[in-house]
Design a protein around this ligand. Sequence first.
Ligand SMILES: [Zn+2]
Length: 359
Amino acid sequence: MKDSANEQLQGKQGDFYYTKYGFEKAHWHEHAPSPQQFQPAYLHSSEFVKNGYHCEELRDGFYWVTSGGYDAAFMVTKEGVIAIDAPPILGENMLAAIESVTDKPIVKVIYSHWHSDHIGAAAMYGPDVEIIAHEITRELLVRFPDPLRPVPTHTFTDTLLVELGGEKLELSYKGANHCPGNIFMYAPKQKALVKIDIVSPGSCTFMHCDASENISGWIEAHEQILEFDFDFLVGGHITRWGTRADVLTSLEYFQDMLAFAEEALLDMCTPNGAAIFFTTPPVDQYSVGTENWINSMVNYVTEKMLSKVTSNGQKWEERLAGVTTNTKYHAYTVVESTRTERSHKGYQKRGTGGTNYFV
Ligand SMILES: [Zn+2]
């Protein structure tokens, strides 16, 4: 029996939902394969295929759990377990991973941020656990209730030290980035840092800067990660945990993109630069001009990124997974956020006077 997605796809191009005004289908043979560093050995182990998850002790009772797409973490202490996040795609495999290394109960749960793709299975921890999160996360979960994401029982605004069984976990908040309320979680003894949805080690991360809200804050968060003395970064995605080198590489990729976005905006957001997109279509077709204007900037950034020889002599597609598919989505988000979050360096003067990018 076909599932509904397959029924939807029938007659639409076989394995792709084609529509005239939508996106083109991507063809795998036209894209760079993921670099080897993005394919850790566990992905090919029979245990991973059978169980659907992989669990690894990073250091001294600090564990990393991954579905191969989403990851989370937990700390085993003498007095019980501190669980960090509950991605639905891991679901009860998170419990199985914990039970595979300890018979201690889970007593504390920490939410990295309010997004259901990372904490949407939290109800499985039961009603007796203490749930710790940022105050903004609590506000959002009260405002948009979800029985699978119980409201935190304990919140903080700037910093909070979580202690259990002689182990320490330092929580801190440095402002909105991926979303408001997204916190840093640092285990100083193990030198393990959990910071979700900023860096996806080994890849250029998911579309649109990992579907983030505040792109200035999201790029700044790379630098904030580097302020920690860590050996292990749990980033929430995709196939592996990361190192400082991964964070530096991701930061370099997005700094390159910011620079090219600035070039595109300076060229195509001046009165003359923007005008060419809006003079040809009739006035009742302004949205066609808008699409061509925005996408021209995005295409400029994408081409510059994909053709650039980077600081180590390699192209981006050789250094990070997902570059040839995802760069255009990141470019859209970085161009748009630069237009909305950063200085326009001027504004319309009376009459016809304008200045560098004013749109
Ligand atoms: Zn998220």
